[in-house]
Design a binder for this molecule. Structure first.
Ligand code: SAH
Length: 349
């Protein structure tokens, strides 16, 4: 019989499974705590369980953990980038970043991505598969274990489109914010989406307290279509409408991400157009100087254009920040480490 992934189980499911082994519910609580609070990776660590129970558990279950294959530490700012191998050999990357407000981990939600954004390294190989809940959890757990530092914030901005793996994404949020687990406040979690309108509406109705970040990257539909195929499915107006609904349901201010590509979406005209789109909307704009990937010739906007773009938004009373670049020396931009690893594997056969 194939062993069951024990970290995938909710407490109620674990309680039921243990009942079948004639164990009391409090055992399930203890095991859940070992798995999700104390981040155990083997049953042997669970020292308050009898040896025979640990043996029974290891016959029936396994603790599936992401296996570290590469780790890079930025000399500039302590950002750490991790490449993990999953059970079927897929690789995913995750990033640890230190901020004044706490330690943040950026996780991947899929192996690869099918959204096809032109500037994104993760889109190049297409979608391999969705990640399981335990595979998303494991990225956070392993980073906290390896670094020995408490993770207080999560961003779901690594490889993949979280709303394209909606059910697992939602379960992940519940699990990581569960007080019986790592208990990370939903207010400290940000999920970034390219804007799958139907799913944004569905998520709004969950009334979670997470921050939604929308990858907008353009000030009109024509411009957006050139960067993001998803713009052929939904107009900016539809995306904004769904965002208003999200705000209405949750009271959470939306973040709009805008990657500045030289000579493409970084003009004063685009800044004005973006301002009028977002006028009166309680939101925040995060400007991201595009991170060039070698497969495409998009270039980073010059500093003076970035500043000018920001000034125009500010003049129009829109909250705006420029994303601080972390880990520039370690391929920390989305999907680049995974991509270079996979290219190397392919070459070496
Ligand atoms: N699929 C989700 C989350 C993953 S990408 C989404 O689209 O939002 C996280 C953010 O990084 C997105 O805003 C994405 O558009 C942006 N991004 C991807 N590649 C980038 C690059 N090379 N330079 C700058 N931003 C990039």
């Amino acid at each position: 019989m194939e062993k069951q992934d024990i970290r995938a189980l909710e407490l109620s499911e674990l309680t039921k499974a243990l009942q079948e082994l004639s164990e009391k519910p409090f055992r399930a609580k203890q095991i859940y705590e070992w798995l999700h609070k104390r981040l155990a990776v083997s049953f042997d660590e669970m020292t308050n369980l009898s040896k025979s129970l640990r043996e029974k558990l290891s016959e029936r279950f396994e603790i599936i953990s992401a296996v570290l294959v590469d780790k890079r530490v930025s000399k500039k700012d302590g950002t750490m980038k991790f490449l993990f191998r999953l059970k079927d050999g897929s690789v995913v990357e995750s990033v640890f970043m230190k901020y004044k407000h706490g330690n943040s981990v950026c996780i991947s939600s899929q192996a690869g991505c099918r959204m096809g954004c032109r500037f994104c390294a993760s889109a190049l190989g297409g979608l391999e598969r969705n990640l399981e809940v335990s595979e998303m959890l494991s990225q956070v757990y392993e980073i906290q274990r390896i670094s020995g530092q408490r993770v207080s914030h999560i961003v779901i901005m690594g490889t993949g489109e979280p709303l394209d793996n909606y059910d697992n994404f939602l379960k992940f949020i519940h699990r990581i914010s569960d007080e019986k687990g790592l208990n990370i406040s939903q207010r400290n979690i940000t999920a970034s989406t390219c804007g799958l309108v139907d799913k944004i509406r569905e998520l709004a109705e969950e009334r979670l307290q997470i921050t939604l970040a929308i990858s907008l990257h353009a000030s009109n539909d024509e411009m957006r279509k050139e960067l993001m195929p998803v713009a052929n499915r939904y107009t900016i107006a539809q995306v904004l409408e769904a965002c208003r609904y999200y705000y209405q349901c949750t009271g959470r201010r939306i973040t709009f991400e805008y990657s500045l590509v030289e000579g493409f979406n970084d003009s004063a005209g685009a800044a004005e157009e973006l301002s009028s789109l977002l006028k009166g909307f309680n939101c925040h704009v995060n400007l991201i100087p595009v991170n060039p990937i070698k497969e495409r010739n998009y270039r980073h906007s010059e500093e003076k254009y970035i500043q000018k773009f920001k000034l125009i938004l500010e003049k129009n009373r829109i909250n705006v920040t420029i994303r601080r670049e972390l880990g520039g020396d370690i391929d920390a931009a989305c999907g680049q480490l995974r991509k270079s690893y996979m290219d190397k594997e392919a070459l070496e056969g």
